[in-house]
Design a protein around this ligand. Sequence first.
Ligand SMILES: Nc1ncnc2c1ncn2[C@@H]1O[C@H](COP(=O)(O)OS(=O)(=O)O)[C@@H](OP(=O)(O)O)[C@H]1O
Length: 298
Amino acid sequence: SPFDYPPPTNSSLAEALQIEVGEINNTSQQLLFSTPPPPGTIRRTPQTIIIGVRKGGTRALLEMLDIHPNIAVAATEVHFFDWDENYIKGIEWYRSLMPYSFENQITIEKTPGYFTSLQAPERIHSMNSSIKLLLILRDPTERVISDYTQVYYNRLENHKPVQPFEGIVIKNGALNTKYKAIQRSLYDVHMERWLKYFNLNQIHIVDGNTLIKTPLTELQKVERFLNLPPRIVSSNFYFNQTKGFFCIRSDGKERCLHESKGRPHPVVNETVLEQLYSYFREHNHRFYQMVNQSFDWH
Ligand SMILES: Nc1ncnc2c1ncn2[C@@H]1O[C@H](COP(=O)(O)OS(=O)(=O)O)[C@@H](OP(=O)(O)O)[C@H]1O
């Protein structure tokens, strides 16, 4: 284990890994205490991967796709292709973390870090060069603020000092373009790497903003992309006023995403917002050209 004794708390682990507390499910416990698999099922490597982007709405997309009877989803973020310490464990280790599935089901995992990882495109390509990839994106500036908000709450939970957004994003009066959260929002830079290995028609881009407002529209597009029969319907969603987001109704159960999803963002200084918008503008246009599609980002 890379951690010292005593074992880390979920919140310190979340901070160290820069992920959500809600993303830490105990995979090893699931493996140890799982009920026997339904007859006729096996664990399969995914035929589809949600590669990111971090804070794009990857959890919502995965949970909503899980409504579909022909989809089997991996419970946890696997980080196989982006973390060397996992990648060296080999493909059988990866497969062991996938859910049991029937032959007519598509296995899907989501690890938001893949999109910005230098190695993931090549590694995924070498596993399955004809794989279908899902990429969920949102306005790059909103994504930066969401990324900051996640780290902010992780630090608060760990009693670590926090800085206002503007203090991190602006250094010596200029935009701190080295800030990791800004780097992760350079969609054109990351996409270029994926397009070295995959055809554009293998990558379906989900509009994260639309997924928030009208989830069904985006999910129907994904069903078509994956050649699945249309099974997700409007009654699978209901708007929860308290949460301010759509929640899921499926198999007679209702569930919303973890409280760490859809947290209020800080109010950001207008000038700083404008600086971010104008920094991303050129990158966004380059991205639109690359994917032959445009989005209503600032
Ligand atoms: N239905 C529903 N409920 C709650 N949240 C929703 C939903 N649909 C999309 N989202 C948006 O998902 C954002 C979190 O994105 P990710 O799951 O990709 O984050 S992570 O990278 O896995 O940490 C999260 O970002 P924040 O609003 O910044 O918390 C949400 O805006």
